[in-house]
Write a protein that binds this ligand. Structure first.
Ligand code: KG4
Ligand code: ZN
Length: 349
């Protein structure tokens, strides 16, 4: 279904983007496209379209890492954001803490070992019978303002793991049990709930959000410590991805960052969610330093094998943070973007 949804709209989306910019393909200098990580069926739709466009108009092509794009879009907005900086990327599918040392040069400080924070927001919203039209996150954020965040004592994930990895599967289960034990019926939309029922849902939303974000705070705190050991000159923490549009998340992380004399950089919500701008910008960054592929042939051969990277780490894991639970699941992962770029630089010398 996701693949079909992509194929149905891709031509129209590209055309609308060109129209709005008052440009045609002939005006472009290159085409950038996400090649991973993600569902290969969906990646293929984009890569096919990008190669067709680049081939017909004789344009170079740049394969982009989706998570790098989330991080680098901050440099579009904040032009003086120089390397090295840290980034916390929080979306529906991934949580990632990285140290960006240079373009294409990243150290992975932490990652999600199961569900991402956005997924936990979405499920909590669904189980609380909230309006999911804008996705669950904004609905929880809004309802949480009415609730008592201290009313339910959820436990903070991974307290005993002294690393920077994330886990939200356990918190999701805690929330589900709390909802069940309070006899909340998700079939009754919140707009129809009694005031006592509404109050009880708001308490769960607020308590969930408090602990979900405390987990982020703890991980960021430790990551800042690690990052400053590697690169003492760091000044910024970029927070990006869909969940970064949450005001409570921003306010709490701002406290953590200030305590460590750093500055928080949050791209505006429109740039925090996945869109063409962040991929185009990342393409520009790589294009400027000469990292691109030559134009594909105008007519691609039928048996051409697309370079898609569904599981593709951004950088190598920070040695001190290597978790045993994760290193068992390394099968069928593409070499990291950073290691590929490093290898090609060494070849040039
Ligand atoms: O980055 P994104 O647009 O898509 C990817 O997952 O890549 O992130 C979407 C996620 C959803 O889980 C959504 O619930 C969450 O971001 N989100 C929020 C808020 N706005 C969007 N979560 C918490 N508070 C928000 N205000
Ligand atoms: Zn994303």
């Amino acid at each position: 279904m996701a693949e079909e949804a992509h194929s149905q709209v891709i031509d129209q989306v590209v055309q609308e983007a060109l129209n709005q910019a008052n440009l045609s393909e002939a005006d472009l200098s290159a085409v950038a496209v996400t090649i991973g990580p993600g569902l290969s069926l969906c990646l293929r739709v984009g890569v096919q379209k990008a190669r067709k466009t680049a081939g017909s108009f004789n344009l170079p092509i740049i394969g982009v890492h989706h998570m790098e794009a989330h991080a680098l879009v901050a440099r579009l907005m904040e032009r003086e954001l120089q390397f090295p900086f840290m980034a916390l990327l929080i979306s529906g599918g991934h949580n990632l803490l990285i140290l960006a040392q240079g373009l294409g040069q990243y150290i992975q400080l932490g990652t999600s070992i199961d569900d991402a924070i956005g997924e936990a927001y979405d499920k909590t919203a669904k189980w609380l019978g909230l309006d999911m039209r804008r996705s669950g996150g904004p609905a929880i954020e809004e309802l949480a303002r009415e609730g008592d965040a201290e009313s339910i004592k959820f436990s903070i994930p991974m307290k005993q793991h002294k690393d920077c990895n994330f886990s939200y599967a356990g918190l999701k289960t805690q929330v589900r049990l709390a909802i069940e034990s309070r006899n909340i019926n998700a079939e009754i939309p919140i707009s129809c709930a009694s005031s006592q029922d509404r109050r009880s849902r708001a308490d769960i939303a607020a308590s969930f959000q408090r602990v979900a974000v405390l987990h982020l705070e703890e991980r960021c705190e430790r990551a800042i410590e690690w990052a400053l050991k590697i690169e003492p000159s760091i000044k910024h923490l970029v927070v990006s991805g869909g969940v970064a549009s949450n005001q409570y998340v921003r306010a709490r992380l701002d406290q953590v960052v200030k305590k460590n004399s750093l500055q928080l950089v949050c791209p505006p919500p429109s740039l925090c969610t996945d869109n063409g701008v962040m991929v185009a910008w990342t393409g520009i960054e790589h294009f400027r330093v000469g990292r691109f592929d030559p134009p594909p042939p105008a007519v691609e051969s039928e048996d051409f094998v697309y370079d898609l990277r569904p599981r593709w780490p951004l950088g190598e894991e920070y040695a001190e943070g290597r978790s045993e639970a994760r290193s068992l699941r390394k099968a069928r992962i593409h070499p990291s973007l950073t290691s590929i770029i490093q290898a090609s630089l060494q070849q040039q010398h």
